[in-house]
Design a protein around this ligand. Structure first.
Ligand code: GSH
Length: 203
């Protein structure tokens, strides 16, 4: 198997953390997403990373599909509950975290356009999604040690990767001061080898 992504992508990081936690060996190819659009589209028509090339050349995307596939590949360290309410809760956390990372990524892409072409109202709309997602995560987490049922799961991994991306690209967003419970969770996650080994490169 080969995972294609980039070192900065929060979605690729989510997959890499899952692989590390589940002790799945996999080659990782880091590409420059902006420059590799045509190549990426040969594997994912949407032109997005990450995608996973399986032995036999079948390709899986997006990150939510890939992590589900990996979690079922081996029973080692299950990260997604099999059924019921806990499973739905993990998926909602993942949707929330991925959605925040999406909004942050869109602001980042807009900031790379010539200044005259940027749309401030559109950026503000994306920023409001980040602000609301942070508030929702903090309220949902409360005083729990981990996002769902007090147990480490894909929910924590998705949240840790999204928070890490926001801190990396937008250090001025001071979510740590606003939401100490999220900061405590992020610190706990950063101490895990799976997170430390996949941290984004220096900005
Ligand atoms: N929902 C997708 C999102 C992937 C995504 O947005 N990836 C970004 C990099 S972080 C990308 O490839 N952007 C290039 C583009 O949208 O053209 C997933 O979870 O895999």
């Amino acid at each position: 198997m080969k995972l294609v992504g980039s070192h900065g992508s929060p979605f690729a990081r989510k997959v890499r953390v899952v692989m590390a936690e589940k002790k799945i060996d996999c080659q990782f190819e880091s590409i420059n997403v902006a420059e590799s659009h045509a190549q990426t589209q040969q594997f994912n028509p949407l032109g997005k990373v990450p995608y996973l090339v399986l032995d036999g050349d079948e390709v899986l995307y997006d990150s939510r599909v890939i992590v589900e596939y990996l979690d079922n590949l081996t029973p080692v360290h299950r990260l997604i509950p099999a059924s019921g309410r806990p499973r739905a809760e993990v998926k909602v956390w993942e949707a929330l975290a991925d959605g925040m990372a999406d909004a942050a990524g869109l602001i980042r892409m807009e900031s790379m356009r010539p200044e005259s072409q940027r749309n401030d109202a559109w950026v503000a709309k994306q920023q409001s999604k980040i602000d609301a997602a942070l508030a929702a995560m903090s309220a949902r987490l409360g005083e729990q040690p981990f996002c769902v049922d007090g147990k480490y799961s894909l929910a924590d991994i998705a949240v840790g990767c999204a928070l890490g991306y926001v801190s990396w690209r937008f250090p001025h967003i001071d979510w740590r001061t606003l939401y100490p419970n999220l900061a405590a969770l992020a610190d706990k996650l950063s101490a895990r080898a799976s997170f430390a080994d996949t941290a984004p490169p220096p900005a």
